[in-house]
Design a protein around this ligand. Structure first.
Ligand code: TYD
Ligand code: ZN
Length: 409
């Protein structure tokens, strides 16, 4: 079975689910391909639903793990310098507020060790990463890493081999897990009594305020806000004790959860709940225009890019992030529209983007070629990239920024 359509909410198990956005059928965004394998490409519905009971925004179409990643995984966190800086400061927060030297920190979905590498000197670390090629990078940095998916069984084994964890984190992965119950049960096995479970996920409030609809892709099953997370943790006798907005990935939410203590939680929890309420995130009505707003961005981008092509201009794309593939496929762009896309991840270079089949090139090409326009797919690094590419811009290249508003700089 390569794909199932769920009929119940992932958090509250309710059935009051309404579709708020349909982006059509897309191949999984991490399946970079090549000419020989285009014929094997499969597409699945990309549709977003709102739960009337706990207000979780989520996908109900779940694509099987083996369909999501063909062979090696394409995403190496450390390919993006701003992300490396972010995780260093995240680690500093944990050291200051949660940890004592020697404590165990476990990271679920630890990727190339981007968070844990900051702890190796004075703390004990353990990463859990299902993609063998990515886990290997982490080990090179001295980050002990287990292959596989986090389960209750794995949690028990870790307790036996390493003891309990003071901090368990799951970043940009907690929202990607279909069976969240299993994760939380595992966390409860592994977490020290006074430990915290910390997650970072793209935040629904940023998604709706900045129309970041391209962050919708099959791997990304939940679009979290504080309210459904409180609901979720309460089911397991845990509680959200602190929340912080962070700027990565176009706006994310860091959520600290602990075993229920009945003690005071930080004021930020109530403050953010109120902000969500005021923004309409707890009501279906807020999403009535969601589809039209996404279509409007698409129409603008398509007419811009096709207009430039008619004038004989060269248009390329900058960055091949997961979300870029949602945008390219939603717009229906092909190599006729976008000549190539540059990306710093060696793994992606030389392949074709899934669905749109645009060749991925090394950014080195921009040292000698000057496209007229570059569609900035990694718009979350806008300032960093515009500064870094000043020389290219001085040569006359212009960036098309798609999100939150289509603009040319
Ligand atoms: P990112 O936005 O981190 O994540 P996601 O895939 O979840 O949307 O991905 C950024 C991509 O852009 C990544 O493939 C690396 C690439 N990139 C560049 O090519 N150049 C850059 O200067 C930066 C910052 C990123
Ligand atoms: Zn629900």
């Amino acid at each position: 079975m390569s794909h199932v359509h769920k009929t119940t909410c992932r958090v509250c198990k309710g059935t009051d689910l309404t579709r708020i956005l349909s982006l059509g059928e897309h191949p999984p965004v991490d399946n970079f391909t090549d000419a020989e394998h285009i014929k094997d490409e499969k597409r699945y519905p990309l549709e977003v639903y709102f739960c009337g009971t706990c207000n979780l925004v989520q996908l109900l179409d779940v694509v099987a793990e083996e369909e999501l990643f063909h062979g090696d995984y394409a995403y190496f966190s450390s390919a993006s310098k701003p992300l490396v800086d972010h995780f260093r400061s995240y680690a500093d927060d944990l050291k200051k507020e949660q940890l004592t030297e020697g404590d165990l920190v476990v990271d679920i979905g630890s990727n190339d060790g981007i968070l844990l590498q900051n702890f190796v000197e004075k703390y004990r670390v353990l990463g859990i990463e299902p993609s063998a090629n990515v886990a290997e990078e982490a080990r090179k940095k001295g980050v002990e890493t287990l292959d596989g998916f986090f389960t209750v069984e794995m949690a028990r084994q870790i307790v036996a081999s390493h003891g309990k964890a003071k901090v368990i984190s799951a970043n940009n992965v907690f929202a990607h897990i279909d069976n969240v119950d299993e994760i939380i049960l595992g966390v409860k096995e592994l977490l020290a009594d006074d430990g915290v479970f910390v997650t970072e996920s793209h935040y629904l409030l940023d998604l709706v305020e900045h129309m970041e609809f391209d962050t919708v892709y099959h791997e990304h099953l939940c679009y979290y806000s504080v309210k459904p997370l409180q609901h979720l943790f309460a089911r397991f006798d845990m509680e959200v004790c602190d929340v912080r907005r962070v700027t990565v990935h176009g706006g994310s939410i860091r959520v600290y959860a602990r075993r229920k203590t009945g003690e005071q939680v930080t004021e930020s929890v109530q403050a953010l709940l109120l902000l969500e309420e005021q923004a309409g995130l707890h009501s279906l009505a807020r999403f009535a225009d969601f589809q039209n707003e996404a279509e409007a961005i698409k129409d603008k981008l398509v007419s811009l890019v096709r207009g430039f092509r008619k004038e004989g201009k060269v248009v390329t794309a900058y960055g091949a992030p997961a979300k870029g593939n949602t945008l390219l496929n939603f717009c229906g762009f092909t190599a006729e529209d976008i000549a190539y896309v540059t990306d710093t991840t060696p793994y992606k270079v030389g392949k074709l983007t899934p669905g749109s089949h645009i060749p991925v090139r090394s950014p080195d090409i921009l040292k000698t070629e000057t496209p007229d326009y570059l569609l900035l797919l990694a718009w979350n690094y806008r300032d960093f990239i515009l500064t870094k590419e000043q020389e290219l811009r001085d040569r006359g290249a212009k960036f098309i920024i798609p999100i939150p508003n289509v603009e040319i700089v």
